[in-house]
Design a protein around this ligand. Structure first.
Ligand code: AHR
Length: 502
C-alpha cells in the first residue's frame, strides 16, 4: 500500500547549489597516480604534455564537477606542499603517514590547479594542521593567490605561473578529531588553533572562503568547533560514510542518518550564530560522503570498492538528501573521484564507470534549479521498521519523531528546473521486494503535460555491477505518457521529467 507523492512547484525550499556535485582527489591509492595522472601511459590515454588521463577528464566533465577538494583527506596531515612544486627531478620522495606508502611528489599544487582548469572545476585546498605550521599554510596561500612582489608569489612565477590561481576554498585541517589523524587534537585545542589560522589566512587574502573541520555534524566536536569558529569561517565540514554490511536494506537506508545529522548541524549552526550574535552566511560543506565499507575495501590497500546496483541506489538516496537539504548544504564532495571509493575505475588500458556513476550523472545534469518541498504519504508497510534499519540510523532517528519520515521505502527529491519550465523528480524505490504503483500529484496551480521523460537506473539483480568487460547498470532514457500514476520497479532509481504547461 502506498500513498501519493506530492510535489508543489510553488513550495520552494532553496536553490540547489551546483557545488553539491563536487569531487575529491586525495594522494591515496590510485586516485592521483594511475588515476588522474598517468604520464607513462603506453596506450595513448594520457595527454603527452601534462600526463593527465584524457578519458578520466572526460568522464568527470560529463559529471559537471564544479569543485575538487585536494590533496586529502588523511594524507594532508603530514603533507609538505613545498615538496610538490618546482622541477620534478628535484622533488623529494617522502614517507607518507596516512596510508603508509611513499609520496613521489611528481604531482603537486601546480599540476592540481592545471588539472582543475582542464576539468573546468574550482580547486579547493585542505590545509595540513597535523605536521604543518601556520607559516606553511600562509606560504601555500601566498603561493596560490598572491599578486604581490613577495617570496612565494615570485616562486609561483618562477615555476611558470604568472597569474595568481585565486583558490577560493581553504579548509582548516582534515578529521582532526580522529585517532588515525597525524596531529589529532582535542576539540578546544583545535578550536583555538583554527581560530588563529583563520584570522591570519584572511589577512593575507580576505576573498577566500574558509571551512572549519567538523565531524559528523551532530558530535560534541561540532558543537564546540562551531561555537568558537562561527565568526571566522564560511562553511562547516561534515564527513559521513554509509556501510552496507552486505545487506541491501542497510545500504540504502544509511543516508537517512545523514539527513538527520544535517538537521542537527543546522541547529548547532543556528545556536552558534544566536550565541555569537552573528548574521552571516554559514552553511555545510559535506566534503566527504559516499558508500564505503573499509573492511571490504581497506584504505591501506587503496580502498577500491566494486559497487553494485544497491550501492547506486544508496548514492541516489544520498543525493536526494542533499537536494532536500538545499538550504543547509551548499557544497558536497563525493569521496572520492577516481579509483579510491569511486564511481570511476581505471586501468592502463581504459576506464569503466561503476553503477554509482549513473545516479551522479543524472543528478548533476538534471537536479539543478530550485529544490521543492516533497511529501511522500506513508501507509503501513511503506517505511522501514526499527528492526531493519542500520544501527547508525536507529541511533539517530529512533528517539525522534523523524523515524518514519526518514525511513520510507520511496525516497524522493524534486526540483523546479533553472528555466522554470520543468519539474524533475528523483525517486528511489529502496524496497528490493516490491514494486509500487503510486500517484504523483502536483500543487493546485501546476498543470503538467502528459508526455514525460524517464531516466532510469535499474537492473534485474540488485547485485549487478559493471566491469571493464560489461556494463550491466547504466541509464535508460524513454518517453512515456503520464496519467497521474507511475510504477516504480523494485530496487530502482529514476528521474522523471515533467513539462509544465505554460
Ligand atoms: O576518503 C578516504 C578517507 O576517509 C580520507 O582520507 C579521510 O579524511 C576519511 O577518513
Amino acid at each position: 500500500v502506498m500513498a501519493a507523492i506530492h510535489v508543489d512547484p510553488a513550495r520552494f525550499i532553496d536553490e540547489v547549489d551546483p557545488r553539491i556535485y563536487s569531487g575529491f582527489t586525495e594522494h591515496m591509492g590510485r586516485c592521483i597516480y594511475g588515476g588522474i595522472y598517468d604520464p607513462e601511459n603506453k596506450h595513448g590515454l594520457s595527454d603527452p604534455q601534462t600526463g593527465y588521463r584524457k578519458d578520466v577528464l572526460q568522464a568527470l566533465k560529463d559529471l559537471k564537477v564544479p569543485i575538487v577538494r585536494y590533496p586529502g583527506g588523511n594524507f594532508v596531515s603530514s603533507y609538505r606542499w613545498q615538496d610538490g612544486i618546482g622541477p620534478k627531478e628535484l622533488r623529494p620522495r617522502r614517507p607518507e603517514l596516512a596510508w603508509l606508502t611513499e609520496e613521489s611528489n611528481q604531482f603537486g599544487t601546480d599540476e592540481f590547479i592545471a588539472w582543475c582548469r582542464e576539468l573546468g572545476a574550482e580547486p579547493f585546498i585542505c590545509l595540513n594542521m597535523g605536521t604543518g605550521t601556520l607559516e606553511d599554510a600562509l606560504a601555500w596561500l601566498e603561493y596560490c593567490n598572491s599578486a604581490s612582489n613577495t617570496f612565494y608569489a615570485n616562486l609561483r612565477r618562477k615555476n611558470g605561473h604568472e597569474e595568481p590561481y585565486s583558490v577560493k576554498y581553504w579548509a582548516l585541517g582534515n578529521e582532526v578529531w580522529g585517532p588515525w589523524q597525524v596531529g589529532q587534537m582535542e576539540a578546544q585545542d583545535y578550536a583555538k588553533k583554527a581560530y588563529q589560522w583563520a584570522k591570519a589566512l584572511r589577512l593575507l587574502d580576505p576573498s577566500i572562503k574558509i571551512i572549519s573541520c567538523g565531524e559528523t555534524g551532530y558530535a560534541d566536536w561540532d558543537r564546540v568547533i562551531l561555537r568558537k569558529l562561527a565568526p571566522v569561517v564560511d562553511f562547516h565540514s561534515v564527513h559521513i560514510y554509509t556501510v552496507s554490511e552486505g545487506k541491501h536494506l542497510v545500504n540504502v537506508m544509511g543516508p537517512a542518518a545523514a539527513e538527520k545529522a544535517l538537521e542537527i548541524t543546522q541547529s548547532l549552526i543556528d545556536l552558534a550564530k544566536i550565541e555569537g550574535n552573528l548574521s552571516k552566511s554559514l552553511t555545510v560543506c559535506f566534503d566527504e560522503w559516499n558508500v564505503w565499507d573499509p573492511v571490504r575495501a581497506p584504505g591501506e590497500k587503496g580502498a577500491e570498492e566494486h559497487y553494485d546496483l544497491s550501492d547506486a541506489l544508496a548514492v541516489a538516496a544520498w543525493l536526494n538528501v542533499f537536494v532536500r537539504k538545499a538550504g543547509i548544504v551548499k557544497i558536497a564532495c563525493i569521496a572520492q573521484s577516481v579509483n579510491v571509493i569511486s564511481p570511476i575505475i581505471t586501468s592502463p588500458e581504459g576506464l569503466f564507470k561503476q553503477t554509482t556513476y549513473y545516479p551522479l550523472l543524472l543528478f548533476s545534469n538534471l537536479m539543478r534549479g530550485t529544490s521543492l518541498d516533497v511529501h511522500v504519504g506513508t501507509a503501513p508497510g511503506s517505511y522501514y521498521t526499527e528492526a531493519t534499519v542500520p544501527a547508525f540510523v536507529q541511533h539517530l532517528t529512533l528517539h525522534t519523531p523523524d523515524h518514519a519520515k526518514l525511513t520510507k521505502f520511496v525516497d524522493v527529491s524534486a526540483v523546479l528546473s533553472p528555466d522554470k519550465d520543468e519539474v524533475r523528480i528523483a525517486i528511489v524505490n529502496r524496497n528490493d521486494a516490491a514494486d509500487y504503483t503510486i500517484p504523483i500529484r502536483f500543487g493546485p496551480a501546476a498543470a503538467i503535460e502528459d508526455d514525460i521523460v524517464v531516466h532510469e537506473v535499474w537492473s534485474p539483480n540488485i547485485k549487478d555491477s559493471n566491469s571493464f568487460q560489461e556494463t550491466k547498470v547504466d541509464v535508460v532514457r524513454r518517453e512515456e505518457k503520464f496519467d497521474g500514476i507511475y510504477t516504480l520497479k523494485k530496487h530502482s532509481f529514476q528521474v522523471l521529467v515533467f513539462r509544465l504547461k505554460m
